[in-house]
Design a protein around this ligand. Structure first.
Ligand code: UD1
Ligand code: CA
Length: 456
């Protein structure tokens, strides 16, 4: 198993994307295009995949780090030249090399496994993936010999009228024994309509030597390559749709799968209900029985059993069991909310812990704080954590009652059972079970109206 080398071609210009971002980093259903092929091929080997990069190399490296090996193609001379750049990673291999175009995010694990299995036969040199399509425009056409093995691939620009009629096309996945592959790659020429080193030419070279290449047929829908934004959207829809199908099969209710966008890495447990217009990103976990009402964005977060989130943005946050969030809450990174809490409308939380049973019902900002259990934070409370230069922490104990429109000027600590009078600006620590009042006394100027200068 360890002998398989995966090579993903991702050095193309991606001109038709009309973008400053290199094509392999454009996201389909939340993941960079070339990462889909990486994921689908990962179970076949424990070697890191080799990513052939060129255009925008720095950005690609910044994204993938050391999860992959890099082969650099500094000039775009065609797919055959790109594959040859990965030579250092398979030149001494006695095993197979699987080359995959990095712009085909719909390829599945099963399909790549089928190609690998076919290529593993002792009587063949390798296998390639192909599909029967209604409209073969733009694809290389696959020509087979009398035994049914691949004998050549003809690129559209080089094809005769007869060949153009072939509707079996090359899907750009090849799995070939390393040494014969290397020999063919090193002998490619640019003698073709586009003046490029075509990877596809290895098929005819090997076939002419009497080697057999098995064509593995797959569904045409799996072979959509992404060359422009329209195709990016087409594949994204299909990938999000696959995730929705998977979630429903696992017992989630989706009110509108067409407007439910859940990234591949997210986990949605059974008896979760997701309403329309929801986007769930990153490795988020939505636990059993949680409900996500319309118009939410939830990223890298955990929503625990029975919790509800409505019209809110939740990022890098844990929402405890049976807690309700929103409508219109903004939970920013680093927050952890306990069980049975209420985080209501226009509440913003950042890097804060909220204990079980605590209620923050409306119009409040809590930043860099630790709030205990069963505390009530009134309307319009501001945890003043920033003095324009540094940020400070606020601690509030259990069973407190923070009056409406209180400012807690950090650093400040309130013990357990503390009350603050509405409108207070609290600058000093408050001991357990005390009431803090920090506001000016009300004065009444009786009959003042008649002294007013601009009398109406
Ligand atoms: C290629 C195939 C074609 C097949 C089609 C399927 C060749 C010559 N043709 O055509 O038979 O039907 O895919 O989608 O291979 N790349 C590099 N360096 C280069 C050129 C390309 O890394 O110099 C990468 C691209 O980033 C891309 C992949 O190779 O991920 C395929 O290149 P692309 O130009 O899209 O090939 P197609 O014209 O689609
Ligand atoms: Ca392509």
């Amino acid at each position: 198993m360890n002998r398989l080398t995966i090579v993903i071609l991702a050095a193309g210009q991606g001109t038709r994307m009309k973008s400053d971002l290199p094509k392999p980093l454009h996201r389909a259903a939340g993941k960079p295009l070339c990462e889909w092929a990486m994921m689908a091929s990962a179970p076949l080997t424990d070697k890191k995949p080799v990513l052939v990069v060129g255009n925008g190399e720095d950005l690609v490296r910044a994204h993938f780090g050391d999860r992959v090996e890099y082969a650099i193609q500094s000039e775009r001379k065609g797919t055959g030249h790109a594959a040859l750049m990965a030579k250092p990673f398979f030149k001494d291999s006695e095993g197979l090399v699987m080359i995959i175009a990095g712009d085909m995010p719909l390829l599945t694990r099963e399909t790549l496994k089928n190609v690998y299995d076919a290529a593993s036969r002792d009587d063949v040199v390798g296998a390639l993936l192909c599909a029967k399509v209604d409209d073969p425009t733009g694809y290389g056409r696959l020509v087979t010999n009398y035994e049914g093995y691949a004998s050549k691939i003809v690129e559209e620009k080089d094809a005769s009228a007869d060949v153009l009629k072939i509707n079996k096309v090359n899907a750009s996945v090849y799995c070939i024994k390393a040494q014969p592959l290397l020999e063919s790659l090193e002998n490619l020429s640019t003698d073709n309509a586009q003046g490029e080193y075509y990877l596809t030419d290895i098929v005819e070279m090997l076939s002419e030597k009497g080697e057999r290449i098995v064509p593995v047929l797959t569904d045409a829908a799996e072979c959509i390559g992404v060359n422009d934004r329209k195709q990016l959207n087409d594949v994204s829809k299909i990938l999000y749709g696959r995730k929705c199908d998977q979630m429903m099969a696992a017992g989630a209710t989706l009110i509108s799968p067409e407007s439910t966008f859940v990234c591949w890495d997210a986990t949605v447990e059974n008896d979760v209900t997701i309403y329309p217009n929801v986007m769930i990103q990153g490795p988020t976990v939505i636990k059993k029985g949680a409900t996500i009402f319309p118009n939410c964005r939830i990223k890298n977060s955990v929503i625990c059993e029975g919790a509800t989130v409505e019209q809110s943005v939740v990022i890098d946050t844990v929402v405890g069991k049976n807690t309700t969030v929103g409508p219109f809450a903004y939970l920013r990174p680093g927050s952890e909310i306990g069980e049975n809490c209420r985080i209501g409308d226009f509440v913003e939380l950042k890097n804060s812990q909220i204990g079980d049973g605590t209620k923050v019902s409306h119009l409040t900002y809590i930043g860099d704080a630790e709030v205990g259990k069963n505390t009530n934070v009134g309307c319009g409370v501001v945890f003043v954590n920033y003095n324009g230069k540094d940020k400070f922490k606020t601690t509030v104990g259990d069973n407190c009652f923070i009056g409406c429109n209180t400012n807690l000027i950090a650093p400040v600590t309130l013990g357990n059972g503390v009350y603050t009078a509405a409108g207070s600006t609290i600058t000093k620590d408050v001991p357990d079970d005390s009431l803090a009042i920090a506001r000016s006394q009300q004065t009444i100027k009786q009959g003042w109206k008649k002294y007013r200068k601009d009398q109406p």
